[in-house]
Write a protein that binds this ligand. Structure first.
Ligand code: GLU
Length: 456
């Protein structure tokens, strides 16, 4: 059977690196097993869902290299959820409730005061037809709860009822349905909460594997029991640990600094972001993997740790630099040209400077140093004679990588200088800086005429 995986974001914000984790786990699993991947927008919350975020999510995933085989929106599939709700109602498994949030809150507090867990007591099930009609005549509209199968014949006598599954990531998992309140599936206004649409879609689409954050473990217990009542096949589940910042704080949609958009704007390479999102919080090393195919090979669900996946944003820039240093000219040609690097020298320029770039955009600094005016050099008065001598020893063109050594060997002999005293004044005069790419590489790029000018 062809595996079918899905990533189901709510379009209520921009994707951040933590959201990318499940997206990639699903995408990479599908890629590795010849499967398909559906991008499914959980957009039944019409208040908070925005078209702008739908577009941004598609764009951000494409930037990473995730190109869904199919895209779906829950807002266009409401009829399916209504049908499922009808089936559950007919089976007596979806019942109307009328308590207000205040009433529920008071009950929870009373239970807590008596040392009882805050589980909904199914009071609405005791309402007679007449009482319900009265409530509705008074303008109360019901919301609907699923009757969890956690009792033998009397719903007020619950008993331990385990839902068990072999989780791809966490191993055997058990959720006791008697420890949970009957979940609300339909709001007063008839709209659906996340729980039902998600499992209906998984069932209707034939999703074979559901990989998502461990914050959904309890949901899974509930969703399995509802899906069984509706006759859907059970997918294989995997729940991964959640990315958190270094001090253990969760990443919310509002953590804009770590949104894929912002990272892209700041010059992050997609594979640096992807490598970090996937490899953090597992047994192996977190390193920059060059492409998604290689990353797919690295995913090992059994190596994902049970604790949270902490990461330090600084780590991202370390991975980024590793990747940028290895980028071939072809990958950056467009960006270099846009910076104004002259076409005939752009390849040699990139090879000279990439080791000094933490992001491709950093090449703009070196482009200015090599091809435009360097920063005004801080020249020490005692170096002036030396620089004049240096100009006199400049070899004739054509120049190549060996020119620098020829020149400085001759200068060493003529001036008696060596090491820092020999090289630093030259670097300062030629680049205006104390550090940078190898001057052997820069010299031929700057060219004889300009070198003379800078020495003068
Ligand atoms: N919209 C849900 C979330 O973002 C989807 C969870 C799921 O994968 O079922 O948490």
């Amino acid at each position: 059977m062809t595996p079918l995986l899905r990533f189901a974001p709510s379009p209520t914000g921009y994707l951040h690196i933590g959201n990318l984790r499940p997206a990639l786990f699903n995408w990479l699993f599908a890629a590795r097993h010849g499967g398909r991947f559906v991008l499914r927008f959980d957009d039944t919350d019409t208040e908070r869902s925005r078209e702008e975020y739908v577009r941004a999510i598609v764009e951000d995933l494409a930037w990473i290299g995730i190109h869904p085989h199919e895209t779906a929106r829950q807002s266009e599939r409401i009829a399916l959820y209504e049908r499922a709700a009808r089936v559950l109602r007919e089976k007596g498994l979806l019942y109307a409730c009328y308590e207000t949030p205040d009433e529920l809150d008071r009950r929870r507090k009373r239970a807590a005061a008596r040392g009882l867990p805050p589980i909904y007591g199914r009071d609405a099930l005791r309402l007679t037809q007449g009482e319900r009609a009265e409530l509705e005549a008074a303008g109360r509209r019901p919301y609907w709860r699923f009757l969890l199968p956690n009792f033998d014949s009397d719903p007020f006598q619950t008993r331990r009822s385990e839902v068990v599954w072999d989780d791809m990531i966490r191993g055997r998992q058990t959720v006791d349905l008697a420890s949970l309140s009957d979940p609300v599936l339909v709001r007063e206004d008839g709209s659906f909460l996340y729980t039902l649409p998600s499992l209906v879609d998984d069932g209707e689409m034939g999703v074979t594997h559901v990989i998502r954050g461990e914050d959904h473990v309890t949901n899974t217990g509930v969703q399995i029991s509802i899906a069984e009542a509706l006759g859907y096949a059970r997918p294989i589940f995997g729940h991964h640990n959640l990315l958190t910042t270094i001090d253990g704080e969760g990443l919310s949609k509002r953590s804009g600094a770590l949104s894929l958009r912002t990272l892209r704007e700041e010059g992050a390479e997609p594979m640096a972001v992807a490598s970090l999102a996937v490899l953090t919080g597992a047994a192996g090393a977190v390193e920059a993997v060059p492409d998604l195919a290689a990353l797919a090979e690295r995913v090992d669900f059994s190596a994902i740790s049970a604790s949270s996946a902490r990461f330090d944003p600084a780590e991202l820039w370390r991975l980024n630099a590793e990747l940028v240093h290895a980028l071939p000219y072809e990958a950056v040609e467009g960006q270099l040209r846009a910076m104004g690097a002259p076409e005939s020298r752009a390849r040699a320029f990139w090879d000279a400077v990439r080791g000094n770039c933490g992001r491709v955009a950093d090449a703009a600094l070196w482009k200015a140093v090599v091809f435009d005016e360097p920063q005004p050099a801080a020249r020490a008065p005692q170096d002036e004679d030396f620089l004049r001598t240096a100009a006199g020893y400049l070899p004739d063109e054509p120049w190549d990588r060996a020119t620098w050594k020829l020149w400085t060997d001759a200068l060493k002999e003529a001036s008696g200088r060596k090491g820092k005293a020999l090289f630093l004044p030259l670097r300062r005069a030629l680049t205006g800086l104390e550090h940078g790419p190898e001057l052997a590489d820069l010299l031929p790029l700057i060219g004889r005429g300009e070198v003379l000018r800078r020495l003068g």
